[in-house]
Design a protein around this ligand. Structure first.
Ligand code: NAD
Length: 499
């Protein structure tokens, strides 16, 4: 059986006596590898390697650091197919979707190629007599990232590309459920010219996460995962004096106005609700039609569209989505479907019991649709993270905005309408971090930043874009005085002013 190791100092590293955890192929249900889970000694080793490598990397001029990023980009592109197939084999998403996962991470690598410009400071000439003021952006030192299973390429790249381009060393702790792609990315980055130790990948679970949060040499931690764990990680890391950014779970609403183009809206909802088996933090698992006639018309179009969806193995090019990540996660989703029935919502399409011929042990779930879902139901308030769409009927646009705004999560939201006024008002009012107007999955492009509100995000700075550069740098402000020829100030005992 293949063992997935750690990656330290530019090479695979095996920790003696480490625990092992099974890694499944979700399409077949078979164990295909085991990942070695590290402990605190592993974190110490990775940090020691990073601390040693970081100063020399920070001293490499930004243009040369950018060249490593350019080469990394080229290597990811050259290996795209291999990476996508590896990703699909552990995650279960179809290969075309894995390509999208990698491409959205690659976008952030491209952004990081601009690091000489992005790290420029500010300068004020003549802030006072003979006085100049300037600010520098300096790397923070050693930073760490803890990532979820659902985007095993994109989310590690969101973090490691800006962190490393800024001159930091980075320690990545990927999800133990699909740990191989992050290791391949680290190998490619070394091949691109990154000095060993600047990026270390350590595999593990809570034990490794806690050791990262308690390690004094790690100055900043970025986390993406579910909200309870994000909240815990944020609190423990911040209490230890680290800079923290922790992205959490989501329950994104798609508001359908009476004037929406329903055929286009239904096509968009299909991809956003069921693509990647609903395992996206920017999925659209709640649809809110405004008005009873919109609800009836939407429902009539959703049912045949759902029935036409093709569920298949991750290598099936014609499949709309593949299996969910593990048998345990499948059972959790089925539990929520039962809960939604027990809570009184109407089960319109039932995806349970779906079996794919020849892959009866795979973790497949058919698409599920509920109607007449109401706020307060636990199945509505919680994140299900599966191919389950819940319809909540609203009587007015204000009621729809309030639904999304009052929900505990505030990651993404979308409105489908032809009315510019309604869309503008919606974007201005809704209490959610990322808004789509006729765009079902409004993941910001790499030169903006990604982050949700409320229980979808803990901390001040978002992922990538300029917030990513701010997160991985510290600002130093220098006030310099070069007085003209020998004049001695008599103001030594008062706070300096810029007269
Ligand atoms: P998860 O919270 O189970 O795991 C995330 C990371 O935390 C993993 O690396 C895991 O090893 C670690 N971890 C797990 N349990 C821990 C514990 N008790 N203590 C410390 N660390 C622990 O999340 P997941 O199931 O891998 O990913 C899905 C979740 O991530 C969903 O809630 C989804 O919405 C969220 N997500 C959010 C975003 C975002 O940007 N807001 C993006 C992608 C996914």
């Amino acid at each position: 059986m293949r063992t997935i190791h750690q990656f330290i100092d530019g090479a695979a590293y095996t920790e003696a006596g480490g625990r092992l955890q099974d890694v499944f192929n979700p399409s077949t249900g078979a164990v295909q590898a085991q990942v070695s889970l590290g402990g605190s000694a592993l974190v110490d080793r990775a940090v020691a390697s990073a601390v040693k490598a970081q100063p020399a990397w920070a001293a490499v001029n930004p243009q040369r650091r950018a060249r490593v990023m350019f080469e990394f980009k080229r290597l990811i592109e050259a290996n795209m197919k291999e990476l996508a197939e590896l990703l699909s084999s552990e995650h279960g998403k179809v290969v075309s979707d894995s390509m999208g996962d990698i491409q959205r991470g690659l976008d952030v690598v491209e952004f990081a190629c601009g690091i000489p410009h992005l790290m420029k400071g500010e300068f004020t000439d003549g802030a006072g007599p003979g006085i100049d003021v300037y600010s520098l952006r300096q790397p923070i030192g050693v930073a760490a990232g803890i990532t979820p299973f659902n985007f095993p390429a994109m989310i590690p790249l969101w973090m490691l590309a800006p962190a490393i381009a800024c001159g930091n060393a980075f320690i990545l702790k990927p999800s133990e459920r699909d740990p191989s792609v992050p290791i391949r990315l680290a190998e490619l980055l070394i091949e691109a010219g990154l000095p060993p130790g600047v990026l270390n990948v350590i595999q593990g679970d809570k034990v490794v996460v806690d050791a990262i949060l308690d390690h004094p040499a790690i100055k900043a931690v970025s986390f993406v995962g579910s909200s309870d764990i994000a909240n815990y990680v944020y609190g423990r890391g911040a209490a230890n004096g680290k800079r923290m950014q922790c992205m959490g779970g989501a329950k994104n609403h798609g508001i359908v106005m009476p004037d929406a183009d329903l055929d286009q809206t239904v096509a968009d909802i299909m991809g956003a609700a069921y693509g990647s088996a609903g395992e996206r933090c920017m999925a659209l698992p709640v649809v809110v039609p405004v008005g009873e006639s919109t609800a009836e018309a939407l429902r009539a179009k959703l049912i045949p569209a759902i029935e036409a969806l093709r569920v298949g193995v991750s290598t099936d090019n014609d499949a709309h989505y593949g299996p969910v990540v593990t048998g345990q996660h499948k059972a959790r989703i089925e539990g929520y479907i039962q809960m939604a029935i027990d809570e009184g919502s109407e089960l319109v399409v039932d995806g349970r019991g779906f079996k794919l011929q020849g892959h009866e042990e795979g973790y497949f779930l058919g698409p599920t649709l509920f109607d007449h879902v109401k706020p307060g139901m636990k199945s509505y308030e919680d994140e299900i993270f599966g191919p389950v769409l819940q319809m909540v009927r609203a009587s007015s646009a204000d009621e729809a905005i309030e639904l999304a705004s009052k929900h505990q999560y505030g990651n993404g939201v979308a409105i489908f309408t032809r009315n510019g006024d309604a869309a503008r008002e919606f974007a201005a009012k809704v209490e959610v971090g990322m808004v789509g107007i006729n765009v079902p999955i409004p993941v910001p492009v790499s030169y903006y930043s990604f982050g949700g509100w409320k229980r979808s995000g803990f901390g001040d700075l978002n992922q990538y874009g300029m917030d990513g550069i701010r997160f991985y740098t510290r600002t130093k402000t220098v006030t310099a005085r070069w007085p003209k020829g020998g004049a001695v100030s008599d103001q030594s005992f008062v706070i300096p002013t810029m007269r």
